[in-house]
Design a binder for this molecule. Structure first.
Ligand code: PMV
Length: 322
């Protein structure tokens, strides 16, 4: 099987995990619509070593308010000896670029390696459960993206089936698509936001009388976007991103700062939209070929933290000892 497992190892261990962007379908995916994600070359690295007490970046874990840490230790390392966890990351936090998914999957891979190895489908399922335990809501899109690497589609018939992830009341298929290898630009607005709050807000919106029509638009746009991506049709991908952005405006998760960034980058973009939960966070841009640098400069001048990013084909993996 090409999706190799996380190999067995022993502590200390270091794991490196990519961030991700959602190109189509955030929010819709929570309600069963398709989603397309690309793992990107902004990475988070986690080291785990035996220690006298549980610590995260020197802070005592018992004093930590980090719900992802708490859930991850309960799930991946129950009743086991204390460890010191250290992190270093290029993924801005609470920005919609996958930092919490990368943190959770890194811990799952590190503890999985130290417990005899772990298959990727198992890691995708358990990382989703940990993230959902910490957030209370959500889909397995982010966690599957950073475990799988490359380009994946949820709830779509297109691509090669990697795995299925289930919660108590729903399940999502995860398929691998061939990544066209395009350079994207992501830009963090500097406005942190809560995924859970945005997901609950959209849930209430979809419960209104026109909710089924909105959900149908989510399905339609993501399906068309996935088709365009597979056909490597940049112009169509860009058009569908713009259409997806309008839908996200209509369900109330855009933000004036995101709109300002989208306006700033529009002259050099094939398409652009918010990425992740919205209400702040980040945008993703498909820049005109060769104008990636200009897109980054425009976004930086507009006050964002902007990066040109490439897809990374490798999901989380052990890279050595901590
Ligand atoms: O902003 P992020 O990276 O937490 O992404 C959220 C994507 C949602 O569809 C809004 C929620 C989810 O879990 O899929």
């Amino acid at each position: 099987m090409s999706e190799h497992a996380i190999a067995a190892g022993s502590l200390p261990v270091a794991v490196r995990t990519p961030g991700k962007v959602i190109v189509f379908g955030e929010h819709g995916v929570v309600h069963g619509a398709p989603e397309l994600l690309v793992a990107i070359d902004l990475h988070l690295q986690v080291g785990v070593a035996s220690a006298p007490e549980f610590r995260l970046n020197r802070e005592l874990a018992s004093a930590s308010t980090n719900p992802y840490l708490r859930e991850a230790l309960e799930r991946f390392w129950p009743g086991r000896p204390p460890v010191a966890i250290t992190t270093s990351s290029r993924i801005p936090r609470a920005a919609g670029l996958g930092s919490s998914a990368a943190f959770v999957a890194s811990l799952g891979a590190a503890f999985g390696s130290a417990s005899g190895g772990v298959a990727r489908d198992t890691l995708a399922q358990s990382s989703f459960e940990v993230e959902r335990g910490a957030q209370g809501v959500g889909s397995p899109g982010d966690t599957s993206s950073v475990v799988a690497g490359g380009c994946i589609a949820l709830n779509s018939p297109v691509g090669t089936l990697l795995w299925e992830v289930a919660s108590d009341d729903a399940s999502w298929t995860v398929r691998r698509l061939v990544d066209p290898g395009w350079v994207w630009v992501v830009a963090y607005s500097g406005i942190p936001r809560s995924t859970a709050t945005a997901v609950q807000q959209v849930g209430r919106r979809l419960a209104e009388p026109d909710g089924p029509d909105l959900l149908q638009r989510f399905r339609h746009i993501a399906t068309a976007g996935i088709g365009a991506m597979v056909a490597e049709d940049r112009a169509e991908v860009g058009r569908r991103m713009v259409e997806n952005q309008q839908l996200l405006v209509d369900v109330g998760v855009s933000h004036p700062r995101l709109e300002a960034l989208l306006t700033a980058v529009a002259p050099v973009a094939v398409g652009a939209k918010l990425t992740g939960a919205g209400c702040g966070g980040s945008i993703v841009v498909l820049p005109q070929a060769g104008r990636e640098g200009e897109a980054v400069r425009r976004l930086a001048r507009a006050g964002a933290v902007a990066f040109a990013v490439r897809p990374t084909l490798h999901g989380c993996d052990v890279v050595g000892s901590a």
